[in-house]
Design a protein around this ligand. Sequence first.
Ligand code: FAD
Length: 387
Amino acid sequence: MNADLVVVGSGFYGLTIAERCAVEHGIKVLVVDRRPHIGGNAFSERERTTGIEVHRYGAHLFHTSNERVWDYVNRFTAFTSYVHHVYTTYRGEVYPMPINLGTVNQFFRSAYTPDEARALVAEQSTEISGHEVSNLEEKGISLIGRPLYEAFIRGYTAKQWQTDPKDLPAEIISRLPVRYTYDNRYFNDTYEGLPRDGYTAWLERMADHPNIEVRLDTDFFDSSQPINSRDVVGQVPVVYTGPVDRYFEYAEGELSWRTLDFTEEVLDVGDYQGTSVMNYADEDVPYTRIHEFRHFHPERDYPTDRTVIMREYSRFATREDEPYYPVNTPEDRARLLAYRDLAKGEDGVLFGGRLGTYKYLDMHMAIGSALSAFDNKLTPFLRGSQK
Ligand code: FAD
């Protein structure tokens, strides 16, 4: 094998490591991914009949306040001026999200000032005081009061977790921010936008270096193919961004994840919902949200008589499913500690990324964490002096 470093996983974490090592250290990097495409969960492609760019693993919005990450990502792509907004449908009415003064006034059929709205929510939150909360429902009510909780949080959360919020631990939510202004911009970061030519073009540019080779359809644990864990670990340094429990053959038990199912439809209408993401708060609507991808790129010349929508459903993952969001139960946290110990003892392998660390990471966090790992760990790691 003609490589100085093997990176398992071609998501943002793996590609950032590969790009930095290829450019800064001039070493040969082999990136393997078990999927048939590059880019991990950020992968997008044009829907065949309409040309509309679809984010295959759910809507991906880029945002960051990290100057270093912003400078870095701009080497590979320009960004559009897209600013994300989310709406939610509840009992046949559409409200702006996150909960803000517009949501509160629409919901209570009022014209409260910021102070009046703040006082109302504070008063409604006293039904359950903070120290008594024993489940997610009580926590939600203690944060924003029962009426807003029951409308906007209860049904949506029950669908996300396929569990009654009364049976979910309170720690799942630490805050439920209410904005006492009409600002319904979804993210607060300094920089926000979508890659002008799409995510896949951006990801391909990161891998476009003579020192980087990407091999797709290559599962690192499939010993019938040449780049596999048995033959590579110990021979060549490895950066592993797949699931940490899978690496150790689930020796400490399985870490639990939530997964998502998506159903895509091409519709013969120019615009289905007038916005990119519509949440559905009612529990009797089985999906959590509908994405309509044309709205992510209003600057593009998409067909005016057809559109692509994707309904999103949430459930607990089995070992065969794509792991999306860590569930993070107390048992998971104990297992993770055990896996971290195993990882420390695994010479020649660095674990990173959202699956390798069992941590939800936004794209900018995955990239930022890879840049820090490159600075602080990769150079000594490649010299074999320390992990
Ligand atoms: P991944 O992108 O998951 O890449 C890991 C790669 O490893 C995968 O390609 C996988 O196939 C590969 N792999 C795993 N096991 C093996 C193996 N055995 N052999 C070979 N390859 C293997 N972030 C945002 O900033 N904004 C958003 O709006 C946003 N929306 C999201 C929506 C959803 C539904 C999800 C799940 C995530 C979202 N994210 C968002 C987060 C974003 O997807 C992650 O930050 C990013 O995927 C992290 O990159 P990564 O490289 O760590 O992991």
